[in-house]
Design a protein around this ligand. Sequence first.
Ligand code: SF4
Ligand code: SF4
Length: 190
Amino acid sequence: MTLNEKQMQNEELNKEFLRRSGVDVSKCYQCGKCSAGCPVGDHMDIPTNKVMRLAQMGLIEDAMKSSAIWLCASCSTCTTRCPKGVDVAAVMETLRIMAKEHGYVAEKNVDKFHSVWMGIVGSMGRMYEPGLIVGRNVSTGKLFQDTSYGVPYIAKQKLKLVPYKCKNMDEIKSLISKAEAMDREERGNK
Ligand code: SF4
Ligand code: SF4
């Protein structure tokens, strides 16, 4: 790819990012409060404010390649703490969605976890934790990961082994269908 083509690709990605996130990243003045309050910041390859800086500079491809966006727990602490009212969590979420669509998934196991999670909520309307553990372990090939934590939880009846569905599954399925339709429309507007 020539330098010119690379610049055009960056510009397209930046336009897509700004449109889809709806966040004015230019407001960020790099105070670092988002990074300081992030509960998973110690595990990220780059801190949240650096992700913001990459987004500000239009370096969306670099931001999409980071593992930080996959470790983000979507807790919104960063958004709440930002003195400039920047929705940092929305930036992380948009980058994650775009990274998946553009083939830059730095943390494949986290992506698999998300898929299992959505599959369970989509079919049962709520979380079924044993199913999540089994689904995550099977999809990542780490069959016995974290299984030792299950025993005390089961002993204290914190984990329900028998799954149950939400009563109004039609309503939940309709919500998911609407979200999927909005997503398709969003992609169509690229
Ligand atoms: S808290 Fe807000 S202004 Fe400060 S670095 Fe993070 S996004 Fe930028
Ligand atoms: S939303 Fe993500 S980046 Fe923001 S504080 Fe929570 S985990 Fe950290």
